[in-house]
Design a binder for this molecule. Structure first.
Ligand code: MTE
Ligand code: HPA
Ligand code: MOS
Length: 760
């Protein structure tokens, strides 16, 4: 493997927050949080806890010099609870001690009394009682109300979708050090260094320039650290500045599981109308999003649900409404796909139901309705460079899907206790932050006098390989050996006003910025070379593999000498460059526009086998043709595709979040929250990248890869349902994800009559 980070990971040399050597005297912080989901704080007595030896301080909202406010999109989130708590795990106080052990003992000594208030955990219940984050939002095209009259078949149903725990290996945390002049340096495990800096500035009441946020790498983020790394970073900074000593705050796993938000659970109502040829004429859907107690990123997540409500299909009449419902759960947040997967799941459920009622295979309906070049996405964007049909056809050909379908049929005829199912899953995912202003990045490139190169950007490395991609993009721009390049930590003092590394745009935005900065230096170097070699036209100079060429002829001048000459002649060997995605806009009054630079397409085929006696299942294979543009690094991209697929399957199969009605997380450890392991991951994953696909918006013609493959996991859900229907074609399956083995079993045997498999 070429990815340097991976080698360091395997050797245990990569540094994460908890590996850093901490300054002498560093104190440790532990959060005191709410044990109830809703109520008033009647009494809070810290005296006994404070008097414990080794306790330095216990901070509450009263210790905040600025605003007790960290809401990113909507200002509705306190850093520390004041008089009321809204979810189990809501931070109330920060215990600062010489050791974590002391802090833990103090936590038990804090005396608190609540007056409990009613708890809502269900989004529909929240909606009924008017508990909303904001007003509902509707996107539409055509006229669904008129269109129903033209439909030959109309189906309606309800769909429920569970949340998902991020389970990044590295839990949330930060280390803050006071610096001279009343400033602070925060080393944070965050996807959004500037979000941390901005919130800290508000809370601490100091300007942003006094706050330096530095991120070396994350042990996984998956969206969970886009916004929710902020509180812990700000809390450690608050304590560090008040006490004038470094403070380290890292959540232990139980605290992280309990206190942080997850992928949003949704409930949805859909109505779909088709003509007798299976063309979708109209689609109406209402999404009830379970936002948790405060907004966090919920409104943006919900908007992406609406953008992806029609997945890879063209539908002439669509009306999609999103309602962000406020409940007494930890604020749910970004998670790979950012609401898109939930939107896509519902249309797939609608097609599944329609196909069942019509008695046709689902894939026939999917194929008939795929979006084509120059169709219009229902949010107004003209569909360009559409590869949906190409991926679909290529998958059918490459993976002999028709033959597989026949084989599954035959297997099911011959077997009673095992049944197989197969499903197709086309995807279409828009690339760009849906909040257009976030689509900007900058890079700072230094060429040192020995010819080595340092690159700073806003990109945060979290295992997705963005550093490797930026390294390759920079090396190719200069045409130097990749070993000359180092990607520096992400740092708000070097790179200001960073957008979070999210929306799969990390490599696109920051790679493009790094290329622009490199080109600036390269142009100067070409002039130096021309002068040095006595040529007039710098435009005919090229650097290839560290050698200077003139009119395609090799010269004697090499990289290291060229750099030295440039330095000697006082030529600037550094450049800062800025990149903003062109051509994107979105009108939020009309909910129409061109929000995405481009779309990523793909088609996967997923086959599963269920054990009808036990309800257990195996995903036999996932095979996908995925549109990647031109890959910058094949291994990194393949890793992203495979990881995304497994994470998507986990979400819809074995990962089940369970909350009690009083708002406590019951699935609060890895013994009760199951993620895919080596046994339950697909036995085979095969991903082919679509040939001859190029993308003008991506560095080196690449396309984003981070999130889209997760949505192939939706196919795993429907392949299991397909197998269940093979066991008994008459069972009516309620669409409720995840489809755990328990659910498979209880659904197969809903009534005693169904103990007898159909017609056998
Ligand atoms: N891959 C790994 N290994 N770890 C992660 O935390 N995050 C995902 C995806 N792949 C993640 C990952 C998410 S949610 C996003 S948005 C993208 O990576 C972000 O990185 P990119 O923009 O560089 O693709
Ligand atoms: N993805 C991730 N984060 C975001 C987005 C998005 O589309 N929009 C705003 N924040
Ligand atoms: Mo990814 S959910 O956009 O961090």
């Amino acid at each position: 493997m070429k990815n340097e980070d991976l080698i360091k990971h395997v050797k245990g040399e990569s540094k994460f927050l908890d590996d850093l050597i901490i300054p002498g005297g560093t104190l440790h912080a532990l959060i005191f949080d709410s044990v109830i989901a809703h109520g008033k704080i009647k009494k809070l007595n810290l005296e006994k806890a404070k008097s414990l030896k080794g306790i330095v301080d216990i901070l509450t909202f009263r210790d905040i010099p600025g605003k007790n406010q960290i809401g990113n999109i909507i200002a509705d989130e306190s850093l520390l609870a004041e008089n009321e708590v809204h979810y189990v795990g809501e931070p109330i106080a920060i215990i600062v001690a010489d050791t974590l052990e002391t802090a833990k003992r103090a936590k038990a000594l804090i005396d608190i009394e609540f007056e409990e208030l009613p708890v809502i955990t269900d989004p529909r219940e929240a909606y009924k009682s008017g508990s909303l984050i904001t007003e509902p939002v509707t996107f539409s095209m055509g006229d669904v109300d008129d269109a129903w009259a033209n439909c030959d078949l109309i189906f309606e149903d309800q769909v429920d979708i569970g949340g998902q725990e991020h389970l990044y290996l590295e839990t949330q945390g930060a280390l803050s050090q006071p610096v001279e002049g009343g400033g602070v340096k925060i080393i944070s495990s965050t996807q959004g260094p500037t979000a941390v800096q901005r919130a800290a500035s508000k809370v601490l009441n100091i300007p942003m320039h006094k706050i330096e946020v530095d991120v070396l790498r994350l042990g996984g983020g998956f969206g969970g650290k886009e916004d929710q790394a902020t509180p812990w970073a700000v809390m450690s900074a608050l304590a560090a500045l008040k006490l004038n000593i470094p403070v380290k705050l890292i959540l232990n796993r139980p605290d992280d599981l309990r206190m942080t938000g997850k992928r949003h659970p949704y409930s949805a109502d859909f109505k779909i109308g088709l003509d007798s040829n299976g063309k979708i004429i109209a689609y109406e859907v209402v999404f009830y999003q379970n936002a948790g107690a405060v907004a966090d990123l919920s409104t943006a997540v919900l908007e992406r649900t609406l953008f992806h409500a029609t997945n890879s299909y063209f539908i002439p009449n669509v009306k999609a409404t999103g309602i962000s419902c406020k409940t007494n759960l930890p604020p749910n947040t970004a998670f790979r796909g950012f609401g898109g997967p939930q939107g896509m799941f519902v249309i797939e459920a609608a097609l599944y139901k329609a196909a069942r009622k019509l008695g046709v295979p689902k894939y026939e309906l999917q194929e008939k309705n795929l979006i084509h070049e120059n169709d219009v996405f229902y949010y107004g964007q003209l569909a360009k460079n559409v590869n949906s049909v190409k991926c679909w056809n290529s998958a059918f050909e490459k993976y002999s899907i028709h033959k597989n379908i026949e084989e599954v049929k035959k297997f099911n005829e011959e077997n009673i206790l095992y049944k197989k199912g197969i499903a197709l899953m086309p995807i279409c995912f828009g690339i760009s932050f849906t909040s257009s202003f976030l689509n900007q990045a900058s890079a700072l490139v230094h060429v040192y006098t020995d010819g080595s190169i340092g690159v700073s950007t806003a990109a945060v490395e979290m295992g997705q390989g963005v550093n490797q991609k930026i390294k390759i993009a920079t090396a190719e721009t200069f045409s130097v050996n990749i070993s000359r390049i180092k990607i520096e930590s992400t740092n708000t003092t070097r790179i200001a006003n960073t957008s979070p590394t999210a929306a799969s745009t990390g490599a696109d935005l920051n790679g493009n910025a790094a290329i622009l900065a490199s080109k600036n230096i390269l142009d100067r170097l070409k002039k130096v070379a021309a002068k040095e070699l006595g040529f007039n036209d710098a435009g005919l100079i090229q650097i290839k593999n560290e050698i200077v060429f003139y009119k395609s002829e090799k010269t004697k001048l090499k990289w290291e000498e060229l750099i030295w000459k440039a330095y000697f002649n006082r030529i600037n060997l550094s450049s800062h460059a800025y990149y903003a995605t062109p051509d994107i806009y979105f009108n939020r009054t009309k909910n129409q526009g061109h929000p995405f630079a481009y779309h990523v397409f793909g088609t996967a085929v997923i086959q599963s086998k269920i054990d009808c006696l036990r309800g257990t299942y195996e995903i036999e294979y996932v095979k996908a043709v995925h549109d990647l543009g031109k890959s910058i690094d094949y291994k990194v991209d393949l890793g992203q595709a495979e990881g995304g697929i497994v994470q998507g399957i986990g979400w819809l199969t074995v990962e089940e979040l369970v909350q009690s009605r009083d708002g406590n997380l019951k699935s609060n450890s890895l013994s009760t929250y199951k993620i895919p392991d080596i046994y339950s991951a697909p036995q085979k994953i095969e991903v082919h990248f679509l040939e001859n696909s190029e993308n003008d918006y991506g560095p080196l013609k690449s396309k984003a890869i981070g999130e889209p493959p997760l949505m192939y996991g939706i196919g795993a859900y429907f392949s299991i349902l397909d197998a269940m229907n093979a066991f008994n074609k008459n069972i009516d399956i309620k669409i409720s994800a995840p489809v755990t083995p328990e659910k498979v079993l209880t659904t197969l045997y809903k009534s005693s009559k169904q103990l007898i498999p159909n017609e056998s």
